[in-house]
Design a binder for this molecule. Structure first.
Ligand SMILES: Nc1ncnc2c1ncn2[C@@H]1O[C@H](COP(=O)(O)OP(=O)(O)OP(=O)(O)O)[C@@H](O)[C@H]1O
Length: 265
């Protein structure tokens, strides 16, 4: 990954281009969304390239969740162009959106496991919902086990969520995301609420999954350490635009006060 040609550092809403011309898996152009006088997104641009780990940082209330909701068709933007895996999101009907979402893995803060189901049943749940993607399967166990092995938790197959630690629950939730073999994974604060050692384990897992499946990941985080370790590139969402984009090293040495504010401990 580090041998790739470097994508140039840009600022003030300009869109970065990959000199290697990698496939674009997500493209957002000039996204605008207001709630009355609250102008949240004011021409936000983003490109996520295939196999990339892209971190988005923004202060609380800066519009990260609004952007993600527009991206997956849960919220209608006022204007702008959104394309995910070659599909223009705003033109899709419900069934088409559902098919597209089967290729997008979500690991959200609130994506809790179902407490009344075993780990196995939790993982079978999305398989039943997206049968058309996975095709006919007589026995779910091999797929469930493969997903759990990816997160080092095959032995928890028949445990209940209450028998797992917080870090283990997060890993099972990641396995549940992986079971549909998503092309893109959206992570919302993947390390929040975890102690530093467990957070590091989750970050390592995210990296190994990205390598194994060449998934593209969009990672929303406030955790500067997580951003440093995992990001190939970062986008700072400030004033409703992609205010600055670059590597961790570039952004963390920028003297612009709005950029510097992110890296102050
Ligand atoms: N459905 C809604 N109706 C009205 N205002 C909304 C709605 N959803 C979001 N907002 C407003 O949009 C702004 C951005 O919210 P958003 O949840 O995207 O922030 P965020 O960057 O994800 O914050 P955090 O890091 O705290 O999760 C906030 O001012 C919020 O009040």
């Amino acid at each position: 990954m580090n041998q790739r040609t470097h994508i140039p550092y840009v600022k003030n809403g300009t869109l970065q281009k990959d000199p290697e011309g990698r496939k674009v898996v997500i493209e957002i152009r000039d996204l605008r969304k207001s709630f009355g006088d609250n102008h949240v997104l004011n021409g936000f641009n983003l490109r996520l390239y295939e196999g990339e780990n892209l971190v988005i940082m923004g202060k609380s209330g800066s519009g990260k969740s609004v952007m993600i909701k527009c991206l997956v068709g849960l919220m209608q933007a006022d204007s702008g162009y959104i394309e995910v895996l070659g599909k223009e999101v705003n033109t899709l009907d419900r069934a088409q959106l559902d098919t597209l979402r089967a290729d997008i893995g979500f690991l959200f803060q609130g994506s809790a496991l179902y407490d009344s189901m075993t780990v196995r049943e939790n993982l079978e749940f999305p398989m039943r919902r997206h049968k058309e993607k996975l095709g006919a399967f007589a026995d779910t166990e091999p797929m469930v086990l493969e997903a759990l092995e990816n997160v080092g938790l095959a032995h928890t197959l028949d445990l209940m969520p209450e028998e797992l630690s917080g870090g283990m629950k997060r890993r099972v939730a990641l396995a549940r995301t992986l079971i549909l073999k998503p092309k893109v994974i959206l992570y919302d604060e993947p390390t929040s609420g975890l102690d530093p050692i467990t957070a590091k384990e989750i970050i390592e897992l995210m990296r190994s999954i990205q390598k194994k499946y060449n998934t593209s990941s969009l990672i929303i985080t406030h955790d500067v350490d997580c951003a440093r370790v995992i990001s190939e590139r970062m986008v700072l969402l400030v004033d409703g635009i992609n205010y600055a984009e670059g590597t961790y090293a570039e952004l963390s040495s920028d003297k612009d006060p709005k950029v510097e504010a992110f890296f102050k401990k």
